[in-house]
Design a protein around this ligand. Structure first.
Ligand code: LMR
Length: 394
């Protein structure tokens, strides 16, 4: 049986992770996978997470099953964190999922079940796993223009012109904030135009929110998602706690399905739970319980918000330092976009060949599409990266 298996395409982000581990150079710099690292190169356990884990360890009396949807306090906490009352609770179906990827996967399966003919529109470029999962499930998908590799900003005219081809019932996958991989984001005014177009076409928005708190702030990063949710009849939201709570390996996410009315929300709640049952039964609990504990305790919540804000500001500082150093070396402002981008990533807009030159000659690991993880830098490595970018002729 097993000999009939075929090799699967490698994920370019995970492949890079392994290549970095295998590189013996001690000067190597990891700007690949989207994991936050502090100035010492460590991905710390956040203080509030440690405190919540201690509390859980002391107080938890059973590890029996929760419900198919997961811990209710987690679900309510996350709905509040993401939507803050933008939509009446009775219209929201929601389940805990194993990470943001689990939420994306469950969302795709939901779409496949309810609208097998729908096309899912993804930005060009997007997180590669979006496309990979769509392919794996044999779902229709197409790309809409998003990034202008000259200006390194959103090509909004091209995006709107492509989205004009959306059909009723199609899904439009949008990154709620901190676009991955580009770092370029829509303004709120542009989001309003996208919502109007989606409504005009009778399409359904599907939001991937994996970096809330990493861009302009915890509340600011949720505004686009809330705007969409408030102004459409139906919407899917896949949110992740991996980055903003730093609990990557705990696999903590949530899928919300916003329905037109309470009766339909009940139906979709049932389907979301059914999908959980078919795929893994009960969702993982530990990360969700940690998040629920933090969100439900004023002191822990404030501790978490403060550390998250520190993390966000450190990435903004690194962005500015890199842009300044590149300005100094090139005597031009062509890299100013790095300071304007938001989130962990910036796509610097160069060829895979030049990315390879930087890896071979300077030990710099960025994804072949020229996405770099800003959080992989520190004050010492910023000038090294800037020099490598210039030396490679980017
Ligand atoms: C990334 O884009 O690097 C992260 O979302 C990690 C992953 O799973 O790809």
């Amino acid at each position: 049986m097993l000999e009939h298996l075929t090799e699967q395409p490698a994920d370019k982000i995970l492949m890079l992770m392994q290549a970095f581990r295998d590189d013996p150079r001690d000067t190597k710099i990891d700007l690949g996978v989207g994991v936050y690292k502090n100035a010492d190169g460590v991905t710390p356990v956040m203080k509030a997470v440690k405190a919540a884990e201690k509390k859980i360890w002391e107080e938890q009396e059973s590890k029996s099953y929760t419900s198919l949807a997961g811990e209710p306090l987690y679900i309510e906490g996350m709905i509040k964190l993401v939507l803050d009352g933008a939509v009446d609770r009775s219209r929201i179906g929601a389940v805990t999922t194993p990470g943001g990827t689990g939420a994306i996967r469950q969302a795709m399966e939901l779409i496949k079940k309810t609208s097998p003919q729908a096309t899912v529109w993804v930005s060009n470029p997007t997180w590669p796993n979006h496309v990979s999962i769509l392919n794996y499930l044999g779902m229709r998908h197409t790309a809409y223009s998003y990034f202008n590799t000259e200006t390194r900003d959103v090509d909004f005219d091209a995006m709107m012109s492509d989205l004009a081809g959306v059909k009723a019932g199609d899904l439009v996958l949008l990154h709620g904030c901190c676009h991955n991989p580009t770092g370029a984001n829509l303004t709120l005014g542009q989001w309003k135009e996208v919502v109007a177009l989606i409504n005009e076409k009778g399409a359904v928005p599907f939001i991937d929110l994996a970096y809330q708190g990493f861009g302009d702030g915890l509340e600011a990063d949720a505004l686009a998602t809330r705007l969409v949710a408030e102004n459409v009849g139906e919407c899917l939201i896949a949110a992740s706690c991996s980055k903003n709570f730093g609990i990557y390996r705990e696999r903590t996410g949530i899928l919300m399905a916003i329905a037109r009315d309470a009766a339909t929300a009940k139906l979709s709640q049932g389907m979301l739970q059914f999908l959980n049952r078919q795929n893994y039964s009960f969702p993982p609990d530990h990360g969700a319980r940690v998040v629920a504990t933090i969100l439900g305790d004023d002191a822990l919540r404030q501790m978490w918000i403060d550390e998250l804000e520190e993390t966000r500001l450190s990435m903004l500082t690194l962005r500015q330092q890199l842009a300044d150093e590149l300005k100094r070396l090139t005597n031009s402002d062509r890299f100013d976009f790095i300071a304007k981008h938001r989130g962990m990533f910036s796509q610097i807009g160069t060829t895979p060949e030049k990315v390879e030159v930087m890896r071979a000659e300077s030990g710099i690991y960025m994804v072949s599409d020229s996405r770099l993880n800003i959080a992989g830098l520190n004050a010492t490595t910023v000038p090294l990266l800037a020099k490598a970018i210039v030396d490679a002729g980017v």
